[in-house]
Design a protein. Structure first.
Length: 387
């Protein structure tokens, strides 16, 4: 099998699994208990917290563990909105956010909040002037993702942060796709809230974190015990947290090495497709894009058909976000970038990772042109143009 869907999820690193195993078998105690056996679990959580914090240049006490990126996004947006709803009810986000952000905003809109959705340009990047013009006296939060999960476009986070800071507005960024691919420093970026997830960096599923800058207040979404400094109730997922911490430790060590290797593979794949297949469109910014991500529209055919044919060849890829892969609707990201409805249907996302090889790329470049040619021969749209 050739796996090219790392933006959806990553395989777990064997070193991560080894680190987790004792906490699945031997150290099974509840970290909230007071006896010595339980304190081993407590120490493991705090060690993991320090590794997570180190990867984003945060202080450990600013890291709140969650069940993943979706919960972290919900916590940041709803927690902030509810805490300040007596001071304002206006939130700014973009049209290309992950559904964890968009659905949270939709929920808040139903209960009286007002949401402004910023446009993006043809590369998927927001207009800073529109952001500044959208800020109101009752704006309580701006939420803009760091890097898009579908096309890989990277937003000018530091500039967004400056605008928010100048206007006294809390800024949240969904950095789930950026983690492990971009060298993140929350101090340098000066963000207030930042969401991350374990399973995007070769860690286990079901665990993530929200960075909460010191002094930023949120209403907890979970009520119960006093875990995570009374911010996130519930017995901690010790093995998952340990795995997340180890994945962050490894990621920090490998960051530059993996960028060089994976960028080379991505660029070879992109150039090969351009040379071998006509009538395509590469989506996202050429430079301001995640080095592992390649999103392409193949004109006159549907992405789902390409996916199925690639699957028959043992190649796993995606037509967009894994969270919406069962939908027949075209990508909201591509539509927001001005790509026509019919062209958006023919999109494919290749997202590469550290276990990919040059042989994987060669194999894709061998079979993909044949698949595209076969599908276009039976496409009425292709026949209409070239028949």
């Amino acid at each position: 099998m050739i796996y090219l869907d790392y933006n959806a999820t990553t395989p777990i690193d064997k070193l991560v699994l080894e680190k987790m195993t004792p906490y699945l078998k031997d150290f099974y105690s509840n970290p909230s208990s007071v006896y010595r056996f339980a304190q081993e679990s407590k120490r493991a959580i705090e060690n993991a917290r320090s590794y997570v914090a180190d990867l984003i240049s945060a202080d450990p006490e600013e890291v709140i563990f969650t069940s993943g990126g979706t919960e972290a996004d919900n916590f940041a947006i709803k927690g902030r909105a509810f805490f300040y709803q007596d001071k304002g009810n206006h939130i700014i986000t973009s049209k290309i956010e992950h559904h964890a952000v968009l659905k949270s905003c939709e929920f808040l809109k139903k209960i009286g909040f007002e949401i402004t959705y910023l446009d993006v340009d043809k590369y998927g990047i927001i207009d800073l002037n529109q952001l500044e013009e959208s800020i109101r006296n009752d704006t309580v939060l701006v939420s803009i993702m760091y890097a898009n999960n579908e096309v890989g476009s990277i937003q000018p986070i530091k500039n967004i942060s400056k605008i928010c800071n100048k206007n006294g507005i809390i800024f949240h960024t969904d950095a789930v796709q950026a983690l492990g691919k971009i060298d993140i420093s929350v101090k340098d970026l000066n963000v207030d809230l930042l969401s991350i997830s374990s399973h995007k960096i070769y860690g286990p599923k079901g665990v993530g974190a929200l960075y909460v800058k010191k002094g930023v207040k949120l209403i907890p979404l979970h009520h119960g015990g006093g875990q995570e400094r009374n911010m996130r109730a519930g017995t901690e997922n010790v093995p998952g947290i340990v795995g997340f911490g180890e994945a962050c430790r490894i990621s920090k060590e490998e960051l530059k090495e993996q960028e060089k290797k994976i960028r080379l593979l991505r660029d070879k794949l992109e150039e090969g497709i351009k040379q071998k297949i006509p009538d395509i469109k590469v989506n996202g910014h050429h430079d301001k894009r995640l080095y592992n991500t390649l999103n392409i529209c193949f004109k006159y055919i549907e992405g789902e058909s390409i996916l199925i044919n690639l699957d028959f060849e043992g190649i796993c890829t995606s037509s967009g976000s894994a969270c919406t892969s069962g939908s027949l609707e075209p990508s909201h990201v591509l539509l927001s970038m001005g790509i026509p409805h019919e062209l958006s249907h023919g999109s494919l996302r290749f997202s590469l990772g550290k276990f990919n090889t040059m042989r994987d790329i060669d194999r894709v470049l061998e079979v993909l042109p044949l698949i595209i040619e076969k599908l276009r021969k039976i496409s009425p749209f292709w026949q209409k143009k070239y028949g």
